[in-house]
Design a protein around this ligand. Structure first.
Ligand code: GLA
Length: 397
């Protein structure tokens, strides 16, 4: 673990002890970690059965947890200093929106015919919320992984990932694809994961970090459009598929189409659906090409693909925003940046930048100043390291 990870894990452990320490059930608690994610390329492709290239990073959610002898669940949100207590079978929606993720996980456990007793947990971490780094997926994967261990549910990693996605879809109500939960669950130190979201086959590619650093620039904005537009994009893609299906019944998703085929049906699709489908089919191909560059050790060409992705997200898929575009624009004439783009669902959150090591200080200084001058917002920059996915951790006493 990195020193930041260690101190965050220790903080959650201390808070658990402070909160539950005098409770007799609290003796044998265990500690689990589930990371947030970045995505190098392949944006919005997951729910179109395409490819993605995410990795899990050194910002994570931690759960300190122990089973109880009764049916009570006590959830203590360390960073909010709030607690929600309920009977394990009571899945009604509470006022505390933050508990939706955990309740969604318990619901999935029941839906899969499994059973758990009461438990108590303190959780928190350092994945910035609303930054497009999937703090919610980390939360879901962490709790389900932990409950699987504590109650011996016998779930494998794939099931944990899929059930976590379903918790988000069904209880939280966000129609996300599988990328975030997969990255959190299957992350591997110093490697990115190319996931085929149609077959769920995946391959690790070592990501060389000796010359370059991955820097996230957090706009600190989260436009309210984010979740409604996300669901709208899904529908627009589905419309595109239904146009294609009239003549090509074998097409099940945009993964089965090509940019050339989209051109053929341009008029029939109409401008908006056409542009969504154009971006999508190009992006699915782009991930493959980018992976070839990665394998060849050609990071410069890889970075160019990141810029192309941003162009597509900005003008064709239209999920960017002024703040993100501004940050990407700032890198155009910066020789130390070889790739930059918005990352995640869009309408706020972070840009991801591939920056030469020796230029990183100057890059951050310049970005912070430019962003402040334009939006009067202090820009957080995170130099992320790629770490392992969800795991149990054992700290020295
Ligand atoms: C969000 C969703 C993911 C994915 C990305 C965009 O993070 O949760 O499933 O669709 O947006 O790539």
């Amino acid at each position: 673990m990195t020193s930041t990870e260690l101190s965050t894990a220790e903080r959650i452990r201390e808070k658990y002890i402070a909160h539950f320490g005098d409770n007799t059930d609290a003796k044998d608690f265990r500690l689990f970690r589930s990371p947030g994610r970045i995505n190098l390329i392949g944006e919005h492709t997951d729910y179109n059965n395409g490819f993605v290239l995410p990795a899990s990073v050194d910002k994570a959610v931690y759960f300190a947890i122990s089973p109880r002898t009764d049916n009570q669940v006590i959830l203590h949100a360390v960073d909010l200093n709030e607690t929600y207590t309920f009977q394990v079978e009571d899945l009604s929606k509470p006022d505390q929106k933050w508990a939706y993720f955990q309740l969604g996980i318990i619901e999935q456990i029941y839906k899969n015919g499994l059973n758990i007793g009461g438990f108590q947990a303190a959780f928190g971490g350092d994945v910035p919320q609303g930054a497009g780094m999937s703090s919610s997926a980390a939360l879901e994967c962490c709790l389900l992984f932990a409950l699987n261990e504590v109650f011996n549910l016998g779930l494998d990693r794939f099931s944990i990932v899929k059930m976590s996605q379903k918790a988000e879809n069904e209880y939280v109500g966000v129609q996300c694809g599988i990328m975030d939960q997969f990255a959190s669950g299957f992350g591997k130190k110093e490697a990115v994961i190319r996931l085929d979201c149609r077959s769920l086959e995946y391959e690790y590619f070592p990501f060389p970090m000796d010359e370059y650093i991955l820097v996230l620039c957090n706009t600190l904005v989260e436009h309210s459009l984010a979740s409604s537009e996300y669901n709208t994009r899904r529908l627009e893609c589905e419309k595109g598929v239904s146009v294609l299906q009239k003549n090509h019944p074998e097409i099940k998703s945009l993964r089965d189409a090509t940019p050339a085929l989209i051109e053929t049906y341009k008029d029939e699709m109409g401008d908006v659906v056409y542009r969504r489908c154009k971006y999508m089919t190009e992006e699915i191909e782009r991930v493959q090409v980018a992976c070839d560059f990665l394998t060849a050790g050609d990071l410069i060409s890889f970075g160019k693909k990141m810029y192309e992705t941003h162009q597509g997200l900005q003008h064709e898929y239209e999920v960017s925003c002024d703040e993100l575009d501004f940050l990407v624009d700032q890198t155009f004439d910066d020789p130390s940046v070889i790739g930059a783009r918005m990352m995640g669902g869009g309408f706020g959150g972070c840009t991801i930048n591939l920056v030469k090591k020796e230029g990183v200080e100057a890059f951050e200084t310049k970005m912070k100043k430019a962003y402040y001058d334009k939006f009067q917002i202090e820009l957080p920059c995170y130099r992320v390291q790629i770490t392992d996915g969800t795991e149990e951790i054992v700290l020295n006493a």
